[in-house]
Ligand binder design. Sequence first.
Ligand code: SPV
Ligand code: MG
Length: 288
Amino acid sequence: MSNTLKQSLGAKDLVTLMSAHNPLSARLAEEAGFDGIWASGFELSAAYGVPDASLLSLTQHLDMTRAMIEQTTIPMVADIDTGYGNAINVLHVVSAYARAGAAAVVMEDKLFPKDTSLLAGGRQELVRIEEFQGKIDAARKAGREHDLVVIARTEALIADMGLDEALRRGMAYAEAGADLLLVHSKRKTPDEIVAFCARWQGPIPLTIVPTAYPDLTEDKARALKKIKIMIYANHAIRAAVGAMRETFAQIRRDRGIHQVDKQIASVEDIFDLQRVPAMKAAEKKYLR
Ligand code: SPV
Ligand code: MG
């Protein structure tokens, strides 16, 4: 089976992914022209109103990822957190995502249950390098039949273990067969990632998540020469929260919907996003 993410990685110098937490947000990301969708664990946790701390089940995340895949045509990159346990869990989990049609999985080297990466004072404990290499090997095996891309993610910088440890882990994960390395940073400026890129001599390209250091634009990422994927990891849910708050507050202020009606998406817009025109065409054809 051909993997459309692999095609994009071959054709483009930088692949951009936008987060989504349901099929509607995934469809909007596709409409905006991103190369793929990031099935974010943080966003889905937030959508359920719970912390991103291994509280959602595999089934909850997998079902939503599958639903998003069914309603979009661009590649889906699934955030599988720690793989829900050890390498045996990974065999089971990655096989399920591959069969659901994910183009790639991102698996991080934190201990299960994890805590979210950008939380000040969060629990950031990493598993041993050998253990994570086994998990990467298991992910590769489980995804091989579907040509799945395996992205190994190190949280060494998130855990304040320093550049040397991040580089050591990155190299070990490349040796274990990861296709790309995601290196995550919580610094407010791009310096740490820029320094990592300068020292990275591994055989695989990098993936970054610039949430904490928004000044690192796509052009700047390209200029670093080592980055192949850029993930905008939580901008769907943050945009949605901002827009809903504003609209709800205005309705309370105005004591009615007369002002907001022209400012928000029309009902017809939602019909289009639901693919109502396609249903109408099908009615003409099949309802007899
Ligand atoms: C996510 O979006 O779930 C991520 C990125 O893994 S972060 O929240 O920054 O850890
Ligand atoms: Mg996540």
